[in-house]
Design a protein around this ligand. Structure first.
Ligand code: UDX
Length: 439
């Protein structure tokens, strides 16, 4: 059993802390937000994540997981201090490191025993060295025995616990391989490949992975847009591509593009780093531009179908940036809603989990209790997030409720032939109609 402190109880920190406790370690999670900590002590989760509440409750009960706002208490006797604080986008797309700095300074000021500082926050390449410098400088009078290890996270919202417990790989970067080796022991029971490398390389692996996944999505969306014009079906194209082992099937779902707390911020930060260091992030720029356009294309489709959208009631199903989360950060759905409002549309919307988080961002939107309420009287329905419950909708009832039966299936969840048979005008993403005479 090791003693861990996890600084930051956001997505990454909370999942990391709870899972390490579940693996048998003694973990104290620290946050500077007293309300958040108080709620966690009452087993109230600050985020919706399947399985998180149970794993937190079990480990709090067993005494292996504690929550505090007190750095002294959290760091006391800790062999490992994980930094898992937010790194929001700054004014020019750079990662804002103020919270990482605060965490590093607190460790420097309060720890008086050997410690490993592990960075889990997504930080620009070189930040590990910067953190080490901060600690070294503040402790110049009384040097602290420490090493910095970069340990990027690859958790997906909605499946974070499973991703933690069954990772494809664990990446550890440090200038001191022994230090990385000690962190590797924390993961040894997970039986996955552990890659030990240097600090900067580990930091780059995180950015390169996220940017690559975003690139795949923008790529398939670009191909989808061509499919629409050329009469091909992107679902089949993606399947055909994915069967090639060199390509693989994951992250080839065409739709309204990528959003969330990671991809937009990380792609932007990587492009920013490139420019800062004199290289041209041409591909990353295109990846971001395609993603922006993907959201706008919904509006073009609706304009094509309805003419002016001014005063048109339009329904939007799904607000979170993807299913199984209440996270609305950089959600394609929210941008689509804003674009529709800019056209003068009157928007109604519903999401199974994200209504509370979305409310303050959706001024002038009628938030409904379910999909059928959204459908009532609208001229078009836009499916923006791939929640399972939308797949099972009674489309006949939806058809009866709508004023004009137009569906824009932004995540390709419905069968075009079936919904057309029901009398809808259907627009998917990249689902061109094959007009070949023999088809
Ligand atoms: C991502 C990374 O997957 C994870 O490894 C990292 O640590 C954090 O960022 P997450 O933000 O939870 O995880 O979402 P993810 O499941 O990767 O999806 C990101 C976005 O891409 C979502 O908006 C999703 O709807 C979209 N997406 C995903 C597609 O449009 N098509 C796909 O094929 C896959």
């Amino acid at each position: 059993m090791s003693k861990l402190c996890v600084i930051g109880t956001g997505y990454v920190g909370l999942v990391t802390g709870a899972c390490f406790a579940d693996l048998g370690n003694q973990v104290t999670c620290l946050d500077i937000d007293p309300i958040r900590i108080e709620k966690l002590k009452q087993n109230e989760m600050p985020i919706y994540e399947p399985g998180l509440e149970q794993i937190v409750a079990q480990n709090v009960k067993s005494g292996r997981l504690l929550f505090t706002t007190d750095y002294v208490e959290a760091l006391e006797g800790a062999e490992f201090a994980f930094i898992a604080v937010g790194t929001p986008s700054g004014m020019e797309g750079e990662a804002d490191l103020q919270y990482v700095r605060q965490a590093a300074e607190s460790i420097a000021d309060l720890v008086h025993h050997p410690i490993l500082v592990i960075n889990k926050s997504t930080v620009p390449v070189g930040t590990g060295d910067w953190v080490a410098d901060i600690i070294r400088k503040r402790r110049s009078g009384a040097p602290l025995e420490f090493d910095v290890v970069s340990n990027p996270e690859f958790l997906r919202e909605g499946s974070a616990i499973n991703d933690f417990m069954n990772p494809d790989r664990v990446v550890l970067g440090s200038l001191n391989r022994d230090a990385a080796g000690k962190v590797a022991e924390l993961y040894s029971s997970l039986h996955c490949p552990i890659l030990i490398t240097d600090l900067r390389t580990a930091e780059m692996i995180k950015y390169a992975s996220n940017a690559y996944l975003a690139t795949r999505i923008s790529y398939i969306n670009e191909i989808a847009n061509m499919c629409e014009e050329l009469g091909a079906d992107i679902q089949e194209v993606a399947r055909g591509m994915g069967l090639d082992k060199r390509i693989g099937p994951a992250f080839l779902e065409a739709g309204l593009g990528w959003g969330g707390s990671c991809f937009p911020k990380d792609v932007k930060a990587l492009a920013h780093m490139a420019v800062l260091h004199g290289t041209q992030p041409q591909l990353l720029q295109a990846v971001m531009e395609i993603n922006r356009n993907q959201r706008r294309r919904v509006v073009y489709k609706l304009r094509k179908a309805l003419g002016s959208l001014n005063d048109r009631p339009i329904g939007v199903l799904g607000i979170s940036f993807k299913p199984d989360t209440d996270d609305v950060r950089d959600s394609p759905a929210i941008e689509v809603i804003h674009l529709l409002q800019n056209e003068g549309a009157i928007v109604k919307a519903y999401d199974p989990q994200a209504m509370d988080n979305a409310a303050s961002l959706l001024k002038g939107v009628q938030l409904c209790r379910n999909s059928y309420e959204v459908a009532e009287g609208v001229d078009a329905l836009v499916l923006a997030t791939k929640w399972n419950e939308f797949k099972q909708l009674d489309l006949q009832r939806i058809h009866q409720l709508m004023r004009t039966p137009i569906l824009v299936d932004g995540r390709n969840i419905w069968d075009p032939d079936r919904v057309r048979t029901l009398g809808f005008t259907y627009y998917g993403i990249g689902r061109g109609v094959n007009t070949h005479p023999n088809s």
